[in-house]
Ligand binder design. Structure first.
Ligand code: SF4
Length: 345
């Protein structure tokens, strides 16, 4: 029997994932399916399956979409070459890239135009790293671990900079940063770090709680980088960790120990966390909040323009509805969560 379960906050959906899920739900409401989405909209198996059932076709290359398609680009960011092909071949294209990934793309563009050679810390098979590396491939070298720095051979060691995937474990990023600073003392790092607020907040919260429990359950998919970063963070503390996608993967709860904590990666829906808590059925449940998150990212600008035009047209056709306020002047996106959106599918 589990004596105590600590539910860690913040966990689950970040502002970028919220925005991307809502954006793709709007696409289903506005356009006939199939709608094509470049890469999984977010790295979560359950969410991808819901969208597939609702007519979304996820593709790994722009060659897979027909000319004239309605398309979306995922939250992970897309390289300029690939994006241009989507622009050319789609009648409607919405880019749901997270603004924090866009920031890294802007930095890569700016630094490379200043002839700086860039160490990009990331995972080579991750969609975000592939997209970012495509911004300035000739100036960027992907580094996954400190030993890889041997492959980085800048022409000018005084003009080197460092960028990173937003969803890494703090520990893996810090190790490469340290080694890079030793090799290139003048290295430029645009901000304190490129790791996003959601990644760092979830890791900092789990670091507070993990030493107090026997096992930490991390909810999220194996393809989710920030989920894996949470797993590695707990492992580095020498605490037992169990990553699961859903409640069906939770077996033998008696082996987890008397005290358990639960958290979730930034793309894991909270109803799965709730189902797991119910199955564990602990004697006591405690909630731990390390920091309150208030970040909000509005829908992609192209989608907001379509919504605005639609409201204008409806108001013109049905002026009586405008008077009764049945057609709002503005869609109140802040009042509608990704969880609400998923419930409508
Ligand atoms: Fe954006 Fe961070 Fe969420 Fe990725 S994990 S979508 S970078 S907020």
């Amino acid at each position: 029997m589990v004596e105590k379960l600590i539910v860690i906050n913040p966990r689950g959906f970040c502002a970028g994932v919220e925005m991307a899920i809502k954006a793709l739900t709007w696409m289903i409401k506005l356009f006939p399916t199939p709608i094509y989405c470049y890469h999984e909209i977010v790295h979560n198996d359950w969410i991808v399956e819901v969208f597939v059932k609702n007519g979304i076709i996820f593709v790994e290359s722009p060659d897979e979409i027909p000319i004239g398609a309605v398309s979306m680009l995922s939250a992970h960011g897309t390289s300029p070459v690939i994006k241009n092909i989507f622009v050319k071949n789609s009648t409607i294209l919405i880019d749901s890239v997270c603004p924090l990934v866009t920031k890294v793309h802007h930095e890569a563009k700016k630094l490379s135009s200043n002839n700086s050679q860039i160490i990009y810390i990331g995972h080579k098979d991750h969609d975000e790293a592939k997209g970012a590396m495509g911004v300035a491939p000739e100036k960027m070298t992907l580094i996954e671990k400190p030993e890889d720095l041997i492959n980085f051979k800048p022409d000018d060691p005084t003009n080197v900079s460092l960028l990173a995937q937003t969803t890494l474990a703090l520990s893996e990023w810090e190790n490469i940063l340290k080694k890079s600073k030793e090799l290139y003392p003048e290295i430029k790092i645009p901000r304190k770090s490129d790791l996003c607020y959601a990644t760092t907040n979830r890791q900092e919260a789990v670091i507070q709680i993990a030493p107090k429990v026997d096992t930490v359950i991390v909810v999220g998919s194996i393809t989710s980088s920030n989920t894996n970063a949470l797993v590695n963070t707990v492992k580095n503390l020498d605490i037992n960790v169990l990553r699961i996608n859903n409640v069906d993967e939770l077996n033998e709860t008696h082996k987890l120990g008397e005290k358990i904590a639960i958290t979730a990666g930034a793309s894991a829906p909270d109803h799965i966390v709730e189902q797991i808590i119910s199955k564990i059925n602990p004697k006591n449940i405690q909630h731990f909040t390390n920091i309150e998150e208030e970040e909000y990212f509005p829908l992609p600008i192209e989608l907001r323009k379509i919504q605005k035009n639609l409201i204008t047209i409806l108001n013109q056709i049905f002026p009586q509805l405008k008077e009764t306020n049945n057609i709002p002047n503005k869609v109140r996106d802040r009042d509608w969560t990704a969880t609400d959106a998923l419930k409508e599918l």
